[in-house]
Design a protein around this ligand. Structure first.
Ligand code: PLP
Length: 450
C-alpha cells in the first residue's frame, strides 16, 4: 500500500538533503505548506516565524505578490529560452545590466547560473581559463578558509571548510584546493592578542601558505564577507585590508562569495562594501530573487572579460553554459526583486531596523549559556559556551545548539544551529519591530527552558 500522509511520502520516497536520514525516517519531517510575511505555516496550521529567511534568502518574506505577478507574466510571455550560441531572452540581458548597475564599480559583466554552488564552481573555471589565457597556466590553486561555506558541488564542496559537508565524500577532491585559517577572533584569538594583531596574524598565515605552495601556483582566494554557515563569523577589524594586500602582492585573485551577504543583509548593498573588499569577481544568489526561484550570477571585471573574450575567439567558443543559466522566469523575478529593493530603499530599511535587532541580540551576552553574541545589519548569531570565562565549548555530543533550535521550533520560531553550538539569526529584510519582538520573545522562552 502506498503511504497517504505527506509525512509518510517524505520518509518513504524522499532522499533528504542535510538531514540524518536514519533519524529522519523515525521522526518524520516538519511539513510546511504556506507562507505569509515573515511567517510560514505547518500542515497542522501551526505558525512559525522564519528567523533564517528560509535559508538566508527570503528577504521579502513569503508572499510578495509582485514576484508572483512577475513570474506569471514571464511564464505567459516566454517560459523558457536559453543564452547559448548568441541568443538571449530579453529579461536576461536586462538583468545583466541591472546587476552591473547595483554591484560595486569594477564588476562589469554577469554570467548566470542557478545556485550558489554553481556560481562558485564557475568562478573557479574562469580563474583557470583566465590564467591560461594570460600565460600563467601554473596559477591554478584556490584558497578558501576553514568554516567557509561555498556550496556542495565537487569544486564548491571542496572549498567548503566544514567537516559535515565533506565527511564521507572524500572531499576536497583536488590538491588544487587549499585552506587558510578561519578569522574568528573570539574562538581563535590568542590570550592578550588584540583584534588587529589577530588580523595581522591571519594575513601572515595566508602569506606563508602562498609562499609554501609557490605564488606562481596560486590563482585565487574565495571569501564570504561574513562566514554564514560557519557560524556567522564577522571578520576582525582590518582583516580584509591586510588579506587583500597579500593577495595583490602575489597576483592572486579575490572572489567575494556574496551569496548570503549580498543585497542589503549587512546594512550596505554588498558585504564587500561593509568590509572594504574590492573583489575581482563576485558570486550572487539567494536574496537576488528573494529565494523565490533558483538563480545565481558570477560578476566579473571588464579586464578579465577582455582576456576571456580573446581566448574564446582563439578557441572558437567560450565553452561554458548551463541550460537554465539566465532562465527568463527567475530573471524576471530577480528584476522585480531589484526594483522592489530600489523603490523601498531596502538598505535604508535594514539600517532603520537593524539597531533594534542588534540591541535585542546583544542582551543575550549576559546569559550564562552564551559565550559570544555577534552580528551586523540583519544577521547575527549567539554562540553557546559551557564556561563563559574560559570560552569552553559544550561537549558536542550534548547537541546544545540543535537542542535550543528544537525548543525554538516548539515555540514557533525557526532558526538554525551551526557547528560549535552557534545559533544563527537572519530574519527577512522586511521584518518590522513587532516581528522581531515576536521572534525574540519566542527565543527567550526556548532559551529559558535550556
Ligand atoms: N555560498 C554561500 C556563502 C552560501 O551560504 C551558500 C548556501 O548556503 C552557497 C554558496 C551555496 O549555494 P547553493 O545552496 O545555492 O548552491
Amino acid at each position: 500500500d502506498k503511504p497517504n500522509s505527506i509525512s509518510a511520502k517524505d520518509t518513504t520516497y524522499h532522499l533528504h538533503p542535510y538531514t540524518n536520514l536514519k533519524a529522519h525516517e523515525e521522526q518524520g519531517p516538519l511539513v510546511i505548506t504556506r507562507g505569509e510575511g515573515v511567517r510560514v505555516f505547518g500542515e497542522d496550521g501551526k505558525e512559525y516565524i522564519e528567523g533564517l529567511s528560509g535559508l538566508w534568502c527570503a528577504s521579502l518574506g513569503f508572499n510578495e505578490p509582485r514576484l508572483v505577478k512577475a513570474a506569471q507574466k514571464q511564464m505567459e510571455t516566454l517560459p523558457f529560452y536559453h543564452s547559448f550560441t548568441g541568443k538571449v531572452p530579453d529579461v536576461t540581458a536586462e538583468l545583466a545590466e541591472k546587476l552591473v548597475d547595483v554591484t560595486p564599480d569594477g564588476l562589469d559583466r554577469a554570467l548566470f547560473c542557478n545556485s550558489g554552488s554553481e556560481a562558485n564552481d564557475t568562478a573557479i573555471k574562469l580563474v583557470w581559463y583566465y590564467n591560461n589565457a594570460r600565460g600563467k597556466p601554473e596559477k591554478k590553486k584556490i584558497i578558501s578558509r576553514e568554516k567557509a561555506y561555498h556550496g556542495v558541488t565537487i569544486a564548491a564542496g571542496s572549498m567548503t571548510g566544514l567537516a559535515y559537508a565533506q565527511n564521507g565524500f572524500d572531499l576536497p577532491a583536488s590538491e588544487r584546493i587549499l585552506q587558510t585559517s578561519c578569522p574568528h577572533y573570539y574562538r581563535y584569538g590568542l590570550d592578550g592578542e588584540s583584534e588587529e594583531a589577530f588580523a595581522t596574524r591571519m594575513a601572515s598565515e595566508l602569506e606563508e601558505l602562498i609562499l609554501a605552495e609557490g605564488p606562481e601556483t596560486v590563482g585565487a582566494m574565495f571569501a564570504e564577507p561574513i562566514q554564514g554557515a560557519g557560524g556567522v563569523i564577522l571578520p576582525p577589524m582590518g582583516y580584509f585590508e591586510k588579506i587583500q594586500a597579500v593577495l595583490k602582492k602575489y597576483d592572486v585573485l579575490l572572489i567575494a562569495d556574496e551569496v548570503i551577504c549580498g543585497f542589503g543583509r549587512t546594512g550596505k548593498m554588498f558585504g564587500s562594501q561593509t568590509y572594504n573588499i574590492k573583489p575581482d569577481m563576485m558570486t550572487l544568489a539567494k536574496q537576488m530573487s528573494s529565494g523565490y526561484l533558483p538563480i545565481s550570477a558570477l560578476m566579473v571585471s571588464d579586464g578579465l572579460y577582455q582576456v576571456v573574450k580573446e581566448r574564446s575567439n582563439e578557441l572558437g567558443v567560450f565553452g561554458h553554459g548551463l541550460t537554465y543559466g539566465g532562465h527568463p522566469v527567475p530573471c524576471a523575478v530577480a528584476l522585480e526583486v531589484l526594483k522592489i529593493y530600489e523603490e523601498r530603499d531596502i538598505v535604508a530599511q535594514v539600517n532603520a531596523i537593524s539597531p533594534y535587532f542588534q540591541d535585542r541580540l546583544a542582551t543575550y551576552a549576559d546569559h550564562p549559556l552564551v559565550g559570544e553574541v555577534r552580528g551586523t545589519g540583519l544577521i547575527g548569531a549567539i554562540e553557546l559556551s559551557a564556561d563563559k570565562a574560559s570560552k569552553t565549548p559544550f561537549d558536542p555530543s550534548l547537541g546544545m545548539g540543535a537542542g535550543l533550535v528544537k525548543k525554538c521550533e516548539n515555540h514557533g520560531l525557526i532558526l538554525r544551529a551551526m557547528p560549535g553550538d552557534c545559533v544563527a539569526f537572519c530574519p527577512p529584510l522586511i521584518s518590522e519591530q513587532t516581528d522581531l519582538d515576536a521572534l525574540f520573545s519566542r527565543f527567550d522562552a526556548a532559551l529559558a527552558e535550556m
